[in-house]
Design a protein around this ligand. Structure first.
Ligand code: GBH
Length: 448
């Protein structure tokens, strides 16, 4: 007799896309191959700023091993993959001469992704700024907008026939704040509030120019950007803590979002923006994007703390669960953020462009990684996305950070975010339990 038991219902629609995100500098290695120029992260590393003393010189050697990595994606049933293009491979001096060998690599990569039946999503800037541009003032210099738009045009000209989804920046707030405010990311500056907002504003300008350059170069592309959004809470009801949380929310979340979505800067930051925004800038910054990538890791709990940027410091999150980065585990923050975004910005299409966690994984004697904490983290966050979908949020996909363990910026190789372990001695890939869990969830279309 035919079985009467039906499979449990899907919670995610058939066309919901699943996969992973990565960044060129974190996985490729081959930093001196085929005419690549130096980036600010090579300089930062050379200055001894990576905590475990490691470098990205080899990293996952994805530059040579991408076929194996794409096979892992295919096996897990990925329908999408977001990666970044290395500006220093494509235009080694940041502006001017194009390096054909750099473009050739992405050409091969894109063809391999497509051959695996996966949708390639390209991001133009995931932090590896060409060092010669930094020497010319980097993001502090308004003129960088021109160089970025030119780079965008070059990339789309070569790859736009096969890559339909283009993203400009990854987390401009982290570049501005960690790179130019608190000094823990390249280029390693402490510029104060005005400098941080200048760097944010110039990224917004460069992004606006790049959108228009890409649109002019080729029609029919889906254009978007990727923001790290962390809902901000005050540590207490005290008015000065509340005000600090509002200021920090404005810097962290609103400047990037209100820039592109509304062509606006938050009122609460007006005193610091004095002299930075020139006539016409806001029209250049605003752009009707097709798809917004949201990176979510946790909420922010802020308090009034004089002497810190914008007089805002990190408060006690009152959380019971923490990742190996010391970040609180707050899946409800993702649900709240998606609902708030829907309400504030009119429910445009979004996807989760990054979400994941580092833990101290252990390899068992038989070569397995039972990363139960990562499985729980991902399960809770995917479930939060499912609840937001059920509330009508326009979420199109979910990409995990990351497929592979990789070069975690200032933390070096010591922090592992992958659902696949990378043995940095042999470069062998070992799928963790979380990889198998993710594949199962993709197949079922619901959290398993
Ligand atoms: C992303 O940035 C990057 O895009 C990616 O390259 C990186 O490898 C990945 O995440 C993992 O780090 O102090 O507890 O409030 C992450 C940006 C900003 C996320 C700060 C965590 C602070 C958490 N991060 N945020 S907490």
């Amino acid at each position: 007799a035919p079985s009467v038991s039906a499979a449990p219902a899907r919670t995610f629609p058939e066309d919901f896309f699943w996969g992973a995100s990565s960044a060129a500098y974190q996985i490729e290695g081959a930093t001196e191959a085929d005419g690549r120029g130096p980036s600010v992260w090579d300089s930062f590393t050379a200055r001894g700023r990576i905590k475990d003393g490691s470098s990205a010189r080899v990293a996952c050697d994805h530059y040579h091993r991408y076929p194996e990595d794409i096979a892992l994606m295919k096996q897990a049933g990925f329908s999408a993959y977001r990666f970044s293009l290395a500006w220093p491979r494509i235009i080694p001096a940041g502006r001017g001469a194009v390096n054909p060998a750099g473009l050739d690599f992405y050409d091969r990569l894109v063809d391999a992704i497509l051959a695996a039946g996966i949708r390639p999503m390209a991001c133009l800037f995931h932090w590896d700024l060409p060092q010669p541009l930094e020497d010319a003032g980097g993001w502090r210099n308004r003129a960088i907008a021109d160089a970025f738009a030119e780079y965008a045009r070059v990339a789309v000209r070569r790859l736009g026939d096969r890559v339909g989804d283009w993203f400009t920046l990854n987390e401009p707030n982290v570049v501005a704040i960690n790179g130019h405010g608190t000094d823990d990311h390249a280029p390693g500056l402490r510029l104060g509030e005005k400098g941080v907002l200048t760097v944010l504003h110039h990224q917004n300008l460069a992004q606006g120019d790049a959108f228009r350059a890409m649109r002019a170069e080729r029609s029919g592309l889906r254009l978007g950007t990727v923001c790290n959004l962390q809902p901000a809470r005050a540590e207490s009801d005290r008015p000065d803590d509340q005000a600090a949380a509002i200021r920090w929310d404005a810097v962290w979340n609103r400047v990037p979002l209100d820039g592109v979505m509304r062509g606006a800067v938050p009122d609460v930051l007006a005193p610091w923006f004095e002299g930075i925004v020139q006539p016409g800038d806001l029209d250049r910054i605003r752009f009707p994007i097709d798809l917004l990538g949201i990176n979510y890791y946790s909420r922010m709990t802020m308090k009034h703390e004089p002497g810190r940027l914008f007089d805002a410091g990190w408060g006690d999150a009152h959380c019971q669960r923490w990742t190996g980065m010391g970040w609180p585990v707050q899946p409800d923050g993702l649900y709240d953020l998606l609902l708030e975004f829907k309400q504030l910005y009119g429910n445009p299409a979004v996807f989760i462009a990054e979400n994941g966690a580092a833990y101290d994984d252990v390899v068992t004697p038989d070569g397995k990684v039972h990363d139960a904490e990562r499985v729980a983290f991902l399960r809770d966050h995917v479930a939060a996305v499912g609840r937001a979908l059920a509330e009508g949020c326009n979420v199109k996909g979910y990409l995990v950070w990351s497929l592979l363990d990789n070069f975690e910026w200032a933390e070096g190789l010591s922090k592992r975010f992958g659902i696949v372990r990378v043995d940095y001695d042999t470069l062998q890939r070992i799928p963790k339990d979380s990889y198998h869990w993710f594949a199962e969830t993709i197949r079922a279309g619901r959290v398993v």
